[in-house]
Design a protein around this ligand. Structure first.
Ligand SMILES: Cc1cc2nc3c(=O)[nH]c(=O)nc-3n(C[C@H](O)[C@H](O)[C@H](O)COP(=O)(O)OP(=O)(O)OC[C@H]3O[C@@H](n4cnc5c(N)ncnc54)[C@H](O)[C@@H]3O)c2cc1C
Length: 484
């Protein structure tokens, strides 16, 4: 339990940018003194992983939304930049606060920093869980270790209790007598200098209200069919909640409770197969955090150590073609362009483009993870590491490296009419469906009718699928021969 005090409490917002289901905020309110909400931009504390460009865009807008909600309640968000400990000590001095509350994060560098602050602030410092259903230190195998396979992990989690969201009825938030000095949001310089974010604004509404809207809409219109539709990038079949969950505009307990409430008194939970599959995907997010917590070296190094000797290629030209969506493989290019334009990519396509990079091009998963880190609005150290290591075959419960996605077959199966490709690679929009995933196979008259000259309007494939596949398998063989 938090202590009761009439002195102010600092609520240090981090990846919990919401008022509801925020136990740190609720505990601060319960202390009955003033509440000083604070956000600190502290890039150095993130170690090798300071926020990427797209995530900064999201953060800017999410902070604006949080500040607005606080102001509606007679409060505000104090903004600062710099070393968190120094900023917090200064705030403790100027506000007379005798406690600092925050929600836990699980990135290794942040854990180390927070541990120091727990004892180093000179006032009560307390952390809470707002980000996960099952925190990594509370889940273990029968033998007492971490899980490395998803199915038993999730089965075990489902035997545990999920806490209800923390509800806070708040017309006003007790404000301090005088507000400490704050930067104004533009001074955090989170928005890009060159406006490549125009497409983001059309797609996203960052913040707590936007998250609730998206959650309700998904549950009402797409959740039931999620099991069938979630692999179809041409359909709006997934929740697109990942950036909200990453920044804590929304918490997973709120997702769980909303799915439960959608059962509408039927008592059946989960209410549909779609809901069950959806919650298990939220489970993958939990698994990702479990792995990052127990294997903190994995953002930089493969969990399966033998992959440390994999003969990755360095090829800046091909890497650039992949980044820009100019590989000549339409489904890959569509995904990479969706990412650039919106800061998000469909999960099935993330797997396809990642596989293409690490298998067709044999460029390292770390190079891919770095690009995703900079361009995803949902860039998340736990999920990004898991996704890349899974695809590269070097992580926990990973797809074996020898299983190489065929981009043409993946396209034909999951984007059968080519609607996804047509949307993101408009120069191919007029090609008939049979050639949309393999334009190089189209006869010249079909290309001409679609207004496409390969090599001029759209690239020839930068690698041959069959040859690239064979080379990837050879590389794997060489790894097996060199590993002890
Ligand atoms: C190479 C690669 C990199 C990835 N990088 C990230 C990342 O940086 N940040 C991120 O949030 N997700 C990442 N993912 C996982 C996944 O692609 C996204 O979470 C998902 O596409 C988000 O879309 P959604 O919200 O519509 O998901 P939904 O299908 O609606 O799923 C609901 C929620 O479950 C979680 N989730 C779903 N699938 C996964 C998964 N495979 N792993 C972890 N959590 C999952 C997400 O929080 C998601 O919002 C990555 C996957 C791959 C293959």
């Amino acid at each position: 339990m938090a202590s009761v005090s009439s002195r102010p409490t600092i609520v240090w917002f981090r990846q919990d940018l919401r008022l509801q289901d925020n136990p740190a905020l609720a505990a601060a309110v319960a202390r009955s003194g003033a509440v000083v909400p604070v956000f600190i931009l502290d890039d150095a504390a993130e170690g090798r992983w300071p926020l990427g460009g797209a995530a900064r865009w999201w953060l800017h807008h999410s902070l604006a939304a949080l500040d607005e909600s606080l102001r509606e309640r007679g409060s505000r968000l104090v903004l600062a930049r710099g070393e968190s400990g120094t900023v917090l000590r200064e705030l403790i001095k100027t506000t007379g606060a005798d406690a600092v509350y925050w929600s836990r994060r699980y990135e290794p560098a942040v854990i180390a920093r927070d541990k120091d602050l727990k004892t180093g602030l000179g006032v009560e410092a307390k952390s809470f869980n707002a980000a996960l259903l099952f925190e990594p230190h509370t889940v273990q195998t029968k033998a007492g270790g971490p899980f490395q396979v998803f199915t038993p992990f999730w089965k075990h989690c489902l035997s545990l209790k999920v806490e209800e969201p923390v509800r806070l009825s708040l017309r006003t938030l007790p404000a301090p007598e005088t507000w400490p000095r704050s930067l104004v949001l533009p001074e955090l310089a989170l928005l890009p200098k060159i406006a490549w974010d125009a497409g983001f604004t059309k797609v996203w509404e960052p913040g707590e209200a936007g998250a609730q809207k998206r959650l309700k809409q998904f549950i009402a219109s797409a959740m039931e069919d999620y099991g069938e539709q979630r692999n179809r990038p041409d359909v709006d079949g997934t929740s697109a909640l990942s950036p909200y969950l990453h920044f804590g505009d929304l918490g997973p307990r709120q997702v769980w409770a909303a799915v439960k409430a959608s059962a509408k008194g039927s008592g059946i939970f989960p209410p549909s197969r779609g809901a069950q599959v959806f919650l298990s995907e939220v489970g993958w997010r939990e698994f990702a955090h479990h792995l990052l917590f127990h294997f903190p070296h994995t953002p930089e190094a493969p969990l399966r150590t033998e992959f440390g000797a994999f003969p990755w290629r360095t090829d800046s030209k091909q890497l650039r073609a992949w980044q820009k969506g100019q590989t000549g493989y339409p489904i890959v290019d569509a995904g990479m362009r969706q990412l650039w334009m919106t800061g998000w990519m469909h999960n099935r396509v993330r797997m396809i483009v990642a596989s293409f990079l690490v298998k067709h091009l044999r460029i390292s998963w770390q190079a891919g993870a770095d690009w995703f880190w900079d361009t995803l609005v949902d860039a998340d150290l736990a999920s990004n590491t898991l996704g890349w290591q899974w695809t590269a075959g070097c992580g926990a419960d990973a797809a074996p490296y020898f299983r190489i996605f065929n981009p043409m077959l993946q396209g034909a199966k999951f984007d059968p009419d080519g609607a996804y490709v047509r949307r993101w690679v408009p120069e191919l929009a007029k090609l008939p469906a049979e050639f949309i995933h393999c334009p190089w196979e189209a006869p010249l008259h079909a290309l001409a009718a679609a207004g496409v000259v390969l090599g001029r309007d759209y690239p020839q494939p930068i690698v041959d699928h069959g040859a690239a596949r064979a080379a990837a398998l050879d590389a794997l063989k060489s790894l097996k021969q060199t590993s002890p």
